[in-house]
Design a protein around this ligand. Sequence first.
Ligand code: PGA
Length: 247
Amino acid sequence: MRKKLIAGNWKMNNDVEESLSLVKELKSKELNDKVDVLICPPLTSLYSVISELKDSSIKVGAQNMHYEERGAFTGEVSPIMLKNIGVEYVIVGHSERRQYFNETDFVVNKKIKAALEYGLKPIICLGETLEEREKGIEKDSVRNQLTKAFDGIKESQIVLAYEPIWAIGTGKTATSQQANEMTAFIRNVIAEIYREEFANKVVIQYGGSVKATNASEILNQPSIDGALVGGASLNADEFAKIVNFGN
Ligand code: PGA
């Protein structure tokens, strides 16, 4: 059985004080212990949040990193630096990074390799644009992203997040059937690239306008192993309701 992973991607929100107060509120709530809970605060809050969560089961991830270990890359942070402060996961290839910061499939591939090399678990985001979906080529697009992302990578502890770009921050959620179909498709492609046994172990999340009111419907789909939550993870009550979906 795959354990579900419910992750909050705070994006560029919350200074240190705000991050700590959100985390303290979250910690005080009863959270479903059948799922793994992860939060990804902005870089400046990572260290304080990790310290605050020392005795908690809530895990912490970064939203981005460079693929090099060190060097003249002004403004960047390396996998080794994240690992050093106790970061466990790192989001790679989020569509906002692909769109605004020119993160190509080639860069995504290098980042996955670097994350794995330094013992970070990458959450690899992929998904089609609205145009691709309207043309009916969403599966080709996702297959293409997957093949390039995994180039030269052995079976490892990775997480995937299927995030149709048209559903991110728009309030438009993919239907649970669409999301389930695509995550099942992704699992089949992984089985083609690697082995079915491995594909059956990979956690595949859905992301895109997940909120308390639709979490249960989405998270009860057989092929969906969790959620990558943006906006709704900024409120402790709302995020806790998503984590406790259906309870
Ligand atoms: P959203 O963002 O939940 O605000 O749509 C999801 C994401 O970007 O991971």
